[in-house]
Write a protein that binds this ligand. Structure first.
Ligand SMILES: [Zn+2]
Ligand SMILES: [Zn+2]
Length: 318
């Protein structure tokens, strides 16, 4: 249970939302309340403050545990959001669209923190096109004007893409490495797999995506997707597991050797604690990173009926 929900309420999300849901909610809300669009500056600051905390897993955990007022969550840098999220800046069409690749990894693989080598085929502008001559038909503009005489004194002017250079502004026929100036290029990328642990789960290679004519190279983004695991679920780098236990185990203790996805055997022994279905049992520091935990949710199988004899014994004990 979280201590207070104010930040979640500001963004209109629930305390169980994922990092991605929180980011999406922030963007939608910020679009409406951005001062450049007539929104209130105060409102935008409040939203950004909530997002600053909830988008950072460690700040979010502190907030969930202690609330807004009882914890030093650090100074919120509103200017950062202003610059980062400015939906009204002039759109730039110079860059080729981002190339996105989904990299599926198992939880075990993620824990190795290895670097994965990935061979990716991209479209790039061929050297023959880069060094080609300016098209003489359109004078490098890529478009030509066509005049049609419709009648005396009436001239229709139509602009269309230059057929000689196919609208590229440069004339080239292509070479053995490309088709019409675009070549397929293989490149090996080294992806640090621990990028899959943070809340955004992505790794960006700026300007390493596709490239088409008259545009700058686009970015290449690798989304690291953790495959479902039969035992463990992940939640902001915490590792969660569910176990069904008896009432006796809840009261007297439950033991199990848990196998961490990194291969470590973790001795779980709850003897000395009374387990209840509402409070998860925490093994601190054993999550995917040392600042995160193992969280065990117990589902307690209560007896449906107590025999008279058992009831009397319990009455004496409790
Ligand atoms: Zn041309
Ligand atoms: Zn070529």
């Amino acid at each position: 249970m979280v201590k207070d929900t104010e930040y979640y309420d500001r963004l209109g999300v629930s305390p169980t939302s994922t990092g991605r849901e929180i980011k999406k909610a922030y963007r939608l809300n910020a679009l409406e309340s951005h001062p450049d669009k007539g929104g209130s500056e105060e409102e935008f600051k409040k939203l950004s403050e909530a997002y600053e905390v909830l988008s950072d897993p460690s700040k979010r955990q502190k907030y969930d545990q202690f609330g807004k007022d009882n914890q030093d969550l650090g100074q919120v840098n509103i200017q950062k959001f202003w610059d980062m999220f400015n939906p009204f800046q002039a759109p730039t069409n110079r860059k080729t669209a981002t190339l996105v690749y989904d990299l599926h990894v198992s939880l075990e693989k993620l824990c190795t923190k290895e670097t994965i080598k990935l061979r990716v085929e991209r479209d790039r502008v061929c050297d023959c096109a880069i060094t080609s001559e300016k098209c003489t038909v359109c004078d490098g503009r890529g478009v030509v004007l066509q005049m049609n005489q419709l009648g005396p004194g009436m001239i229709q002017q139509i602009q269309h893409s230059c057929t000689k250079c196919r609208g590229n502004g440069k004339f080239f026929e292509g070479c053995e490495e490309c088709i019409n100036g675009i070549k397929k290029e293989n490149k090996i990328f080294e992806v640090p797999i621990q990028s899959g642990i943070d809340s955004d789960h992505h790794h960006k290679f700026p300007n390493e995506g596709n490239q088409y004519f008259d545009k700058d190279p686009g970015d290449f983004i690798i989304h690291i997707i953790i495959d479902p695991h039969p035992d463990w679920q992940t939640e902001s780098a915490n590792l969660c597991i569910r176990r069904k236990i008896t009432l006796r185990q809840a009261l007297l203790g439950y033991q199990e050797k848990l196998k961490h996805p990194n291969g470590e055997i973790i001795e779980l022994n709850t003897t000395g604690s009374v387990l209840n279905p509402y409070d998860p049992y925490i093994i601190p520091g054993k999550g995917l990173i040392t600042t995160r935990d193992i969280i065990i949710h117990f589902n307690i199988d209560f007896p449906v009926y107590l025999h008279e004899e058992s009831r009397k014994k319990l009455e004496e004990l409790l």
